[in-house]
Design a protein around this ligand. Sequence first.
Ligand code: SF4
Length: 256
Amino acid sequence: MASLAAWYREHGRHDLPWRLTTDRWAVLVSEVMLHQTQVSRVLEAWPGFIGRYPTPPTMAAVAPGEVIRAWGTLGYPRRARALWEAARVVSERGWPDDLSELPGVGRYTAAAVAAQADGADAPGVEANIRRVVERIAGRQLGDAAAEALSIEVGRPLRGRDRLLALMDVGALLCRPRAPKCDACPLSARCKTRGVLPDDGRRRQPRYEGSFRQRRGRVLAALRSGPQGLSDLDADALRSLEADGLAVITGTTARLP
Ligand code: SF4
């Protein structure tokens, strides 16, 4: 069986466009998009979005509603609002030493950007890597334990290569259903070989009929221009307003 490093050299997704840059902002935008959205959809959206907002100042210069509109139908539009807020912070004060101080940037995203853009040996655990290390361990792991195991099973890879190699094992082999354990470079030390620990805690709720869907409908209407309040789902609109994704003035609502 090939080592993780050899497997990654041969099979890694080296051509993903955001992997061809080490620009912090471009990597941050890709990570924010990839969180909760499939790679195929990010492949369609990222080039145009980063072409439109290639730097934090270019995004900070426009109204948040414009960024939300440019986000299109990628879903979870709070991410677009948070990116705009992060762009403002970076434009005004520069990049913080601890990237998790930026709006919308959590523990994983901070580590992933530091590893990919700054060459830091920061361990990051997103959904794919978590699935890999939890299947290897045969149990659910807290953040620190999952990061520690990712370092251990990733050796001798470090930083960016370790992060991307484990992510690719998760995305290409250690799939949620029917993992390809026979081809997995980590199979020798895997406790479960695909028999899952209970991962129900992270199952995504259904979209159809959900409140998310109702919010999505209102946001789609606002993207086309201001709307009368009587035409909109009031609960969903209030929730969007609370998230900074809609502004209500008198009897109309619009993007911020
Ligand atoms: S052996 Fe199978 S379950 Fe274990 S990490 Fe590899 S693909 Fe996942």
